[in-house]
Structures are given as structure tokens and as C-alpha cells.
Design a protein around this ligand. Structure first.
Ligand SMILES: NC(=O)c1ccc[n+]([C@@H]2O[C@H](COP(=O)([O-])OP(=O)(O)OC[C@H]3O[C@@H](n4cnc5c(N)ncnc54)[C@H](OP(=O)(O)O)[C@@H]3O)[C@@H](O)[C@H]2O)c1
Length: 398
């Protein structure tokens, strides 16, 4: 891949959640209470179409405690947990973790799911042995009520996220679809709501972050169900894009001197454990929980050194000035002014800049290190680590 192509691909950044972040705001782990007050005070700017107002009507404004389950002591087999976004990178592991703990798991999926809609209904059913797999539409309240919530649900775990990070899709999925699940859970007299959010909402400059913050605010404002809002730092898939390139002798591409940001990423299984624990662990109820992986946060330069060492190769680099993003964002904003269909592309470039320059750091959980992950990818390939629409480098899972 030529240098020019790498630069352009990098800057085109459709990729959400790709690189790691690091604003001064995030340089040290933020305590849950700090995150919470930040979220409460934030007023989202609606640059996309405003989310639809929920049509849900509540017959009761306060909790009906007799309908609730004490999740800290209940037997898992007595607790029904609905996973929305069960086919995603994290949702899949969360679903499997909950099944292994013995919960009555409802895995709610659309008929064609996964990266590029490549998974059939059969694939999903096979993947989630031990779960009650149901198919429907999270954007439709009636589908939720009649299919996902057909039997009374005690806990919702929402791992829903826009697969593109586009402006409207962020509001439709990161906000409204997850909110639909919250609304029906409240309507039904459910007990607890666990949300997969993101640590980067602490410095909200992007549309999907505003959508997530608006949802976090709504969750904290309502009085009917308890909640746990999990804000992970970075996922390993977001740092894996250059493993095969480096392995095959290409230079490592990094922004600036490779030390403009750092991250302690967390693995899917480790994060799934944290999220499942939110159901039973009272100390995680009604909290916003920043969650990072084990070990010290690593800069891209440090990450690259692990790769070159693993493959026994001499380090070589392509350094991309961060200003490249500013130029591309300016250009795309100009084009979007004339052609609104380019607005998403400008947002993708903004997402790229954000992730290339901001830290993703949070308190450490779990055991799998980035070195172990890179070693595994080097030996077994990138299966399961596909970024899909978010890909900048050539992650196709092969
Ligand atoms: N990547 C990172 O480094 C990082 C770091 C911190 C936090 N996060 C946050 O983690 C969250 C989840 O990430 P992920 O990587 O697990 O997400 P993902 O793999 O993209 O999965 C998204 C899930 O949402 C579902 N979904 C999306 N659009 C839908 C629609 N229109 N209708 C029904 N379902 C839809 C997908 O279903 P289908 O399979 O049917 O498409 C999938 O189950 C995001 O909010 C992200 O901000 C990411």
C-alpha cells in the first residue's frame, strides 16, 4: 500500500472507535461520580434530526417494587435478561457470558445481522446455544413489545451502536433504539438496565457521543429502573488494524510522533464479565463506570514496538501529521455545504481526528493484555475483529 494511499485511507476514517484518545480531560481515570455529573450537565446539540419522541405511556410514575426482582440474590435461572445488540463485537460476548451464568437470556437480533449483514438467522441461533433467540426490530416499539418483551424481562443489556457512526444512524440506534428498550423495560416493570456506552463521551465532539450522552441523561433521570452505564476505553479490534500489515513487512502508520495519545484497551471477554457483573453487584448500580483493560496505557509508538518485537522485525514508520485531518475535514465540510450527502463523510473524518489525538484511559479491569491479543492475532488471524464500515486499514477478518 503506498504512503499516499495510507494517508488518504487513514484520514478518510470511517471508523469510529478506531484509534485511541487522549485529551487532558482523559489523562487520568475519571471517577464514576465525576463522569455522572458531567453527563447530567451536558446539553446535547442536535445537529442531526432530533430523535423521535417515544410514544410510550406509563401507567405508573413510580416503581412498583412488588414486580421487581432483587438481582443481587436472585437465582440466575429466575432472571430474564434481554440483550439488544447481541450480534455486535461486544454484545456477542456479553450474550455468551450471560448464558454461561445461567440466566434466561433473550438474544434479540435482526434477521440479517453482523458486519455487512452476513449472518443469517440460523447463524445467530447456532451461535447462542442456550439462549432464546428472537428476531425483530429495535427501532420499532411494537416489535419490541410483542417479540423481545413477549415474556416479562427483568434486565436489559444494550450493546446497540450505529455500525457506521453516521449522523442520523447515531441518533436512530445509539440513542433511540436503546431508549426504546429502556422505555419498554420501564413499561413492563423491569428492574435494571445496563448500557454499553463509551469513555469518549466525556469529551463530546462527535454526533454519536452526543446521542449516547442524551441517552445516559435520560437513563439517569428516570425513576423506574436502576441502571449501570459502562464506559469502556478502547476495544482491541480498534488497535488490530495494522497487525497483518506489519507482519507482512509494511511500515507502521502513526500520527505525529506516535505519542500524541494512549489507551488501555480491554478485550471482549473481559468487558463482558464487567457488564454481566453489573447485574448482581450492587456497588455498580446507578453508576457510570469507566472501564479500561489491564496494564498501563500504551501510545501507538509503544504498541508498534510490541508488534515489531513479536515478528522479529526492524521498526519502520510512516508518520502522518495530524493536520492532514484538519485539511480533509475542512474540505469535506466545504463539499457538504454544497452537497449535504457529504455530511457523514465529514463526520467520519472528525471521528478519525478524534481517535488519532485523544486518550482512551480508564481504571483497569480484566486480564488479557494487548501483547497477548497481538500474539493471538498474529498466530490465528483477525477472525472476529472486523471493523466493517468502520475499517480504516485492511481488517477483513482473514
Ligand atoms: N471500538 C472501540 O474501541 C470502542 C471503545 C469504547 C466504546 N465503544 C462503544 O461500544 C459500543 C458497541 O461497540 P461494538 O463494537 O460492539 O458495536 P458493533 O460491533 O458495531 O455492534 C453494534 C450492534 O448494534 C446492532 N445494530 C446496529 N444498527 C442496528 C439497526 N439499525 N437495527 C438493529 N440493530 C442494529 C448491530 O446489529 P447487526 O449485527 O444486526 O448489525 C450489533 O448487534 C459503541 O457504542 C461504541 O461507541 C467502542
Amino acid at each position: 500500500m503506498s504512503t499516499l494511499r495510507l494517508v488518504v485511507l487513514t484520514a478518510a476514517v470511517a471508523l469510529v472507535h478506531g484509534f485511541q484518545l487522549s485529551s487532558p480531560l482523559l489523562r487520568s481515570p475519571t471517577s464514576p461520580s465525576v463522569s455522572k455529573s458531567f453527563s447530567r450537565s451536558f446539553q446535547p446539540a442536535y445537529s442531526a434530526r432530533s430523535p423521535r419522541t417515544s410514544a410510550v405511556r406509563f401507567s405508573q410514575s413510580s416503581r412498583d417494587l412488588s414486580m421487581k426482582v432483587d438481582l443481587s440474590t436472585a437465582k440466575p435461572e429466575d432472571v430474564r435478561v434481554l440483550v439488544a445488540g447481541c450480534t455486535g463485537y461486544i454484545g456477542r460476548y456479553v450474550t455468551k457470558e450471560l448464558i454461561s451464568r445461567g440466566y434466561k437470556v433473550v438474544a434479540f437480533s435482526r434477521e440479517k445481522s453482523g458486519v455487512g449483514g452476513k449472518k443469517s438467522m440460523d447463524d445467530v441461533v447456532k451461535d447462542f446455544k442456550g439462549a432464546d433467540v428472537r428476531f425483530g426490530d429495535v427501532t420499532d416499539l411494537e416489535s419490541l413489545r410483542s417479540v423481545a418483551f413477549k415474556d416479562k424481562v427483568d434486565v436489559v443489556v444494550s450493546c446497540l451502536a450505529s455500525r457506521t457512526g453516521g449522523l442520523q444512524d447515531s441518533w436512530d440506534i445509539d440513542y433511540q433504539a436503546s431508549k426504546n428498550c429502556l422505555d419498554v423495560l420501564r413499561e413492563q416493570g423491569g428492574s435494571h438496565y445496563v448500557l454499553l456506552s463509551a469513555i469518549c463521551v466525556q469529551k463530546p465532539l462527535l454526533e454519536f457521543q452526543r446521542a449516547k450522552l442524551k441517552l445516559e441523561g435520560d437513563i439517569m433521570e428516570q425513576q423506574d429502573v436502576s441502571y449501570s452505564i459502562v464506559r469502556p476505553t478502547a476495544f482491541f479490534k480498534s488497535l488490530a488494524g495494522q497487525v497483518n500489515l506489519v507482519k507482512n513487512g509494511s511500515p507502521y502508520v502513526m500520527f505525529g510522533d506516535g505519542e500524541v495519545c494512549k489507551a488501555n484497551a480491554i478485550s471482549e471477554p473481559d468487558l463482558a464479565i464487567v457488564m454481566a457483573d453489573c447485574i448482581t453487584d450492587k456497588s455498580r448500580w446507578n453508576k457510570v463506570l469507566p472501564v479500561g483493560g489491564p496494564g498501563k496505557p500504551l501510545t501507538p509508538l509503544e504498541q508498534s514496538k510490541i508488534l515489531f518485537e513479536l515478528f522479529g522485525l526492524e521498526p519502520k514508520y510512516i508518520r502522518v501529521p495530524v493536520a492532514v485531518f484538519d485539511a480533509i475535514i475542512g474540505l469535506l465540510d466545504g463539499i457538504a455545504f454544497l452537497f449535504p450527502s457529504f455530511k457523514d463523510k465529514a463526520e467520519f473524518a472528525r471521528i478519525g481526528r478524534y481517535y488519532a489525538t485523544e486518550d482512551m484511559v480508564g481504571p483497569s479491569y480484566g486480564t488479557t493484555t494487548l501483547r497477548e491479543f497481538f500474539k493471538d492475532v498474529a498466530e490465528n488471524g483477525l477472525q472476529g475483529q472486523e471493523l466493517g464500515d468502520q475499517a480504516v486499514f485492511n481488517i477483513k477478518g482473514e
